[in-house]
Design a binder for this molecule. Structure first.
Ligand code: NAD
Length: 506
């Protein structure tokens, strides 16, 4: 029997941030060297000015240097020099090296996971998945390197034999975001090395630790210059990489704005551009869907990585006849989500947001959504610090055309809109600048085949969301960019074809 008043019950129902014992996640001796990694060696000289902050307790973790043009030039030169030998290796040699990297990542999974947690505040379930998926993409790329072929050799013109060769591109510049620092870098580095390119990688300024550690852990495996890391801000170092004449292809995972900046900086040298940008994934819940299963599926697909996920299931469009019942199920699921620090337990599902600035951005978005007529069904506020925590939130009554229905939040927030029929659902789902991912929830077999074809997104799931595999391509349409990560298509994107034709007429 309970004696609590309604007000007390409401207060009890508020999410509490669970906190662990609070000791250091990573010992001083386990930290990577805090500097650039160029030509097989760390360069920790120079003033360290960029602070790294643990988002779950707001403590400063480290100070890092910023690359200047001299460091970037050295890294590009080292990558170009290494390309002359790495680009000439056989697929088998490259595959063996990639498998050795994967083994090393697996062997050091615990440490890499804790470094990732220190930089990002991710819970153990997310870091474990990030690290094992990073190893897996190296294993996949090792196999793919050995099976990538060009068009068959043939005489397409009488007396002329044609060969279509697949070649590496050269030096690839890679710019990585903070939401999956190790994994997004792996999605690029693995196919890049697999096809024989060399790389200069710039991690996000907020989250370089796991990539630096990975470079340290594999320094005895990867030949000097094949993989280089430069630290620094996007608008300076990232921009300089994008326009650098020694970089043959520039690959960015990041926001739409950064994609635009990179593409225009790359235009002068006409280097190739590979872009994986933001998303605002619509989730179409039809009247015949299993509503409980859908709500359960969204608990994970929307709040994974605290919603800081480009493919997150953030924008629900639900048929008006079932909207009320569906929202009840969804709110029930969201209320149960455990929020906490990385050391608070294996069952934590949502951690802090990456920074104070980003939390302010997410909270301001929730405020503006309410000004536009949305209602908070659960959550909606910051949680007491230290740490940049926001309650898992569901916003309902979101109106078509408002910011909440159109713009990426990149936080633990689901918005809910209603629709009257299938055509309206498809039209509104497509009416965003993004085109990364979407999902359809239905038990109607014809609809499950037909609606995905009408959706303008690079990945469409049916009765599922955010399920990825190294064998399958990941990438968007429209404002979400045009690169493909994962799968054999990533190896194609980071290589080039050359037609050689031999006249053997006599
Ligand atoms: P961001 O664009 O601010 O930063 C990403 C990277 O780009 C960082 O390393 C940053 O330093 C660099 N950068 C910023 N401005 C630059 C410029 N002018 N020139 C060159 N580099 C620049 O993005 P973020 O906040 O780190 O990451 C979140 C964004 O990334 C979201 O929009 C998210 O959807 C997107 N994202 C997309 C995918 C995908 O696969 N499509 C995956 C993860 C994240």
């Amino acid at each position: 029997m309970t004696t609590s008043t309604t007000t007390e019950r409401a207060a009890d129902q508020r999410v509490q941030v669970r906190r662990g014992p609070g000791g250091p996640l990573v010992a001083e001796t386990e930290m990577p060297p805090l500097g650039h990694f160029v030509d097989g060696a760390f360069d920790t000289a120079g003033p360290a000015s960029a602070p790294l902050v643990d988002p779950s307790d707001e403590r400063q973790v480290a100070l890092l240097p910023q690359a200047d043009t001299t460091v970037l030039d050295r890294a590009v030169d080292a990558a170009a020099a290494a390309f002359t030998t790495w680009g000439a290796t056989t697929p088998r040699e490259r595959a063996e090296l990639l498998l050795a990297i994967a083994d090393r990542i697996d062997a050091e999974a615990d440490l890499l996971g804790r470094l990732e947690a220190l930089d990002t505040g991710k819970p153990p379930s997310v870091t474990a998945d990030d690290v094992s998926s990073a190893a897996d993409v190296f294993r996949f790329s090792a196999g793919a390197a050995r099976s990538l072929t060009g068009l068959g050799t043939a005489d397409y013109v009488a007396d002329h034999t044609s060969l279509v060769l697949r070649e590496p591109v050269g030096v690839v510049g890679v710019i990585v975001p903070w939401n999956y620092p190790l994994l997004m870098a792996a999605w690029k580095i693995a196919p890049i090395l697999a096809v024989g390119d060399t790389a200069v990688v710039k991690p996000a300024e907020l989250t370089p630790l796991s990539l630096l550690k990975r470079a340290e852990l594999t320094a005895d495996i990867v030949p000097a210059g094949v993989l280089n890391i430069v630290l620094g801000r996007g608008r300076e170092v990232g921009a300089a990489m994008s326009s650098h004449p020694g970089v043959d292809l520039i690959a960015l995972t990041g926001s739409v704005g950064s994609g635009r900046a990179v593409a225009s900086a790359a235009a002068e040298s006409l280097k190739r551009v590979h872009l994986e940008l933001g998303g605002k994934a619509p989730v179409l819940v039809f009247e015949d869907a299993d509503l409980e299963a859908t709500a359960e599926g969204l608990r994970s697909a929307s709040f994974w990585n605290s919603g800081q996920e480009c493919g997150a299931a953030t924008r629900v469009l639900v048929h008006e006849d079932v909207a009320e019942r569906f929202v009840e199920h969804l709110v029930e699921q969201v209320r149960q989500i455990p929020v906490g620090t990385p050391d608070a337990g294996e069952d934590i599902e949502v951690g802090p947001l990456i920074s104070r600035t980003h939390r302010e951005r997410v909270l301001a978005f929730i405020d503006r959504a309410q000004q536009d007529g949305a209602r908070v069904a659960v959550g909606g506020s910051a949680l007491p610090g230290p740490g940049f925590f926001v309650e898992p939130t569901v916003l309902v009554d979101v109106q078509e055309g408002t910011e909440a229905a159109r713009e990426e939040v990149f936080g633990p927030v689901i918005t809910v809109e209603t629709f009257a029929d299938e055509d309206e659902a498809v039209r509104r789902a497509n009416d965003v600048v993004y085109g990364l991912a979407a999902s359809v929830w239905t038990r109607d077999a014809a609809r499950s085949l037909d609606v995905p074809r009408r959706l303008d997104f690079g990945t469409v799931w049916v009765n599922s969301h955010l399920v990825l595999a190294s064998e399958l391509p990941w990438g968007g349409f429209k404002g979400s960019g045009y690169g493909r990560d994962l799968s054999i298509h990533a190896l194609e994107d980071f290589s080039r074809t050359k037609h050689v034709q031999i006249n053997h007429g006599r």
